[in-house]
Ligand binder design. Structure first.
Ligand code: THU
Length: 126
């Protein structure tokens, strides 16, 4: 899949963010190994710690649909600059894949990183 298309899908998902507390809207588009795309956006809560990030929302949807192998995730937000996945989301992605592409956009440029580069020496039980 073309990463520009994946980014566009992430921007569309961002519009569904529920972020009344921070105002930060994040969108993610997760590409599975077999070519499906699952989107997510952040869903905040009055009890702030109960908020869910866009990336994890996408992972949960994919896993609950039976897809646990991923090749890329596009992440965008309404902040300026690139939006890097938080530590918890990096750990959650690492649960399912050894490595994958992380596709970021600041609105005009694209940056492609590898999960292992963003999150080396991850905690794993198996
Ligand atoms: N957020 C994400 O959706 N993904 C990240 O990787 C970092 C943070 C959300 C959580 C919260 O709703 C808002 O951004 C501000 O932290």
């Amino acid at each position: 899949m073309n990463y520009n298309v994946l980014l566009k899908t992430a921007y569309e998902a961002m519009e569904q963010a529920y972020a009344p507390y921070s105002g930060v809207k994040v969108g993610a588009a997760l590409l599975t190994y077999s070519g499906e795309v699952y989107t997510g956006s952040n869903v905040e809560n009055a009890s702030y710690g109960a908020s869910i990030c866009a990336e994890r929302a996408a992972v949960l949807k994919a896993v609950n649909a039976g897809y646990t192998s991923f090749t890329a995730i596009a992440v965008v937000s309404n902040l300026s600059g690139y939006t890097y996945p938080c530590g918890i989301c990096r750990q959650v992605l690492t649960e399912f894949v050894d490595d994958m592409d992380i596709i970021l956009s600041d609105g005009s440029h694209i940056k492609i990183l590898r999960l292992k580069e963003l999150f080396p020496y991850a905690f794993k039980i198996k």
